[in-house]
Design a protein around this ligand. Sequence first.
Ligand SMILES: Cc1cc2nc3c(=O)[nH]c(=O)nc-3n(C[C@H](O)[C@H](O)[C@H](O)COP(=O)(O)O)c2cc1C
Length: 323
Amino acid sequence: MLHTRICDRLKVAHPILGAPMAGAAGGELAAAVSEAGGFGMIGGTTPDGPDALCAMIRAAKARTDRPFGVGFISSAPGLDALVRVALDEGVAALAHSFADPTPWVQAAHDAGVKVFAQVQTVAQARIAAHAGVDLIAAQGTEAGGHTGYSGLLPFLPAVIDAAEGIPVVAAGGIADGRGLAAALMLGAEGAWIGTRFVASAEALSAPWAKSRVVEAGTDDTVLTRVYDLATQAPFPPTVGDRVLRNDYTDEWHGRNDEVVRNREELAGRIGASIQAGDTRVAPVRAGNAAGLIHDIRPAGEILRSIVEEAERILRERPRQVIR
Ligand SMILES: Cc1cc2nc3c(=O)[nH]c(=O)nc-3n(C[C@H](O)[C@H](O)[C@H](O)COP(=O)(O)O)c2cc1C
């Protein structure tokens, strides 16, 4: 059986966290991941505000007694009120990404709540370690949605080296047992998985988004700013957005100044395309792991198959490659 330090610290059976994904990971998905023995997380940054987050947390509690967390886009406005709700509701952990987690650590710890930091650079990992977070997610550029520019293979060990002994998990590109086994061999304590769970029965994502993830191949993503610039999304300029390529990204990727000049018209087109489920323009946030995803399944089944495959590989592969 796979077992790492985070299994004890997070009180879970398997070293897998469901990534917090705004618009995709609600209470149902977080609960399904936790019920299957992982650590589920709700994407807590919602345009509908604290009441909507409270409803998601309660939906998760109604489905599981196991621990789960809430993760934020911490560069977005309104964070204070969202954090308050999550603390009041007594979730097990809060995750911060895209901003320095330092201001949020003490109050969470005082309430007995763990703090995770998702980082895109080694410098951010050092800041998170200094802030005293309980877990660091090293996010490689392969990841779906907003992410940085370093590949997980070199980035993960560099973050582990900088983490001062704080457990580090791998985020980006992990959709099966091969990815989990590789991350564990690099020294990660587990995997923080997003795109694979977008294509799950419990994800909040629209059916057209789930279908596109299943259809997409490894080569079909682009790391771009053409949605964020048009919609004025609150991310730092050092962060890109990995989405599935479509007519909109083919037309506008790399033309950032023109996107800004045409902002209003493009934001209108994007909004309308989301309403209509028109994936020629609508963003579908997904990582390179899309190429490894061939079906939409219940999250618990997905989690169990990743764990079983990783266990098998970690037992058999060393015998094949060491004499
Ligand atoms: C649809 C989608 C939405 C996401 N939303 C968030 C978010 O709200 N907050 C966050 O910290 N990360 C977010 N992420 C990034 C994930 O936390 C995670 O880093 C990523 O999914 C891991 O890579 P993978 O998609 O290859 O598994 C999102 C990712 C996806 C695919």
